[in-house]
Design a protein around this ligand. Structure first.
Ligand code: ADP
Ligand code: MG
Length: 322
């Protein structure tokens, strides 16, 4: 069990894959997980889409009862995270932005970690897969529309750093990553964009939201299904910049899917885009993340529904370490 140290250096890399539906988020997330595994990293893959696609792409059957947002699972995870932290006031007082504090249990990618053994499927001792699922019906009663993602935020904020570990999240299509404080949890947000008007419109919208949220420096634009120079020109013109990298339309991937196989980096004619993505992710400095999350927590604390259901959550903040 690991306790929070005041000088924690969160060097674990957390990347989210976002973009329009059908752009290739789940495919790229699955390929990226495959790339990291092959490179010898420990990986936690999190399927945060309400339509669970990443888990099956990694060969995992996602049972709805095993979803992290299932009330029983979310409660069990929060009880564990709480540990002996007296600032939070109990497992049912967690909000999305509740930070770890003295006595909190942090989650590691050690295969014996209780959160992994209880709530993830191990593909091998170094690779675990979780799915968040959705239980919005219950959450709407709580006045919290994005409630199903709050447990993901709790998990991400309570991860214990270990050099070389990665968390790869496949996000829901749409702007959920910006609707709460999720964006502040990641070190990189890959925006997967096809050379189509619909896809670039969504990518531009993400960029606007990222600018507003102060995380535009974390965005990595990743072109997908790019076939020729005209596609590249289109993306450059419409996005006002070249994407970091672009994956072409991959016949090997299509054959894999048609034969029911999980996509693998070995299906690609060139895995350079995956290497480029990995090489561009830098850990967000702990002080920056902590300051941002404190700010978001204090903002959430002023909401009427938070006060009504959780009371005063400002007391959950430990003195700043930054
Ligand atoms: N570069 C590519 N080449 C060929 N097919 C692709 C490529 N990227 C994605 N696909 C296919 O496109 C479809 C949509 O991809 P998916 O990853 O499910 O999108 P999303 O998660 O964004 O909704 C899938 O059938 C996937 O296999
Ligand atoms: Mg998907």
């Amino acid at each position: 069990m690991h306790e929070v140290s005041g000088t924690a250096n969160f060097s674990i890399m957390k990347i989210a894959f976002t973009g329009k539906g059908g752009s290739g988020k789940s495919t790229l997330a699955a390929l990226f997980v495959g790339h990291l595994r092959a490179a010898g990293h420990r990986v936690l893959a999190v399927d945060a889409d309400v339509n669970v696609h990443l888990a099956p792409l990694l060969g995992v059957t996602a049972e709805s009862g095993a979803a992290l947002s299932h009330p029983d699972n979310a409660a069990a995870v929060r009880r564990h995270l709480l540990g002996d932290n007296t600032l939070i006031g109990g497992p049912d007082r967690f909000v999305a932005t509740t930070p770890p504090g003295p006595g909190s249990h942090l989650v590691t990618l050690d295969p014996a970690d209780p959160v992994l053994t209880g709530h993830a499927v191990a593909l091998d001792p170094a690779t675990h897969v979780m799915h968040v699922g959705t239980y919005e019906a219950e959450n709407i009663g709580n006045g919290c529309y994005h409630g199903h993602l709050a447990i993901l935020e709790n998990l991400l904020s309570h991860l214990n750093p270990a050099d070389g570990d990665w968390v790869v999240c496949d996000m829901v299509a749409g702007t959920d990553a910006f609707a709460n404080s999720l964006h502040a949890q990641f070190d990189a947000i890959a925006v997967v964009v096809e050379p189509t008007p619909e896809s670039v419109t969504v990518a531009r919208r993400y960029r606007e939201l990222a600018v507003a949220a102060g995380v535009d420096d974390l965005l990595l634009l990743v072109g997908n299904k790019v076939t020729d120079e005209a596609d590249r020109d289109y993306l450059r013109r419409e996005l006002g910049t070249d994407p970091l990298t672009a994956l072409t339309l991959q016949t090997g991937l299509r054959r894999a899917r048609q034969s029911g196989r999980a996509p693998s980096p070995t299906d690609l004619d060139d895995a350079t885009p995956l290497r480029l993505i990995a090489s561009r992710v830098r850990p967000v400095p702990h002080s920056r993340r902590e300051a941002r999350l404190r700010e978001l927590h204090l903002k959430l604390a002023t909401k009427t529904w938070v006060k009504a259901t959780h009371g005063d959550v400002t007391t959950q903040l430990a003195p700043a370490t930054a």
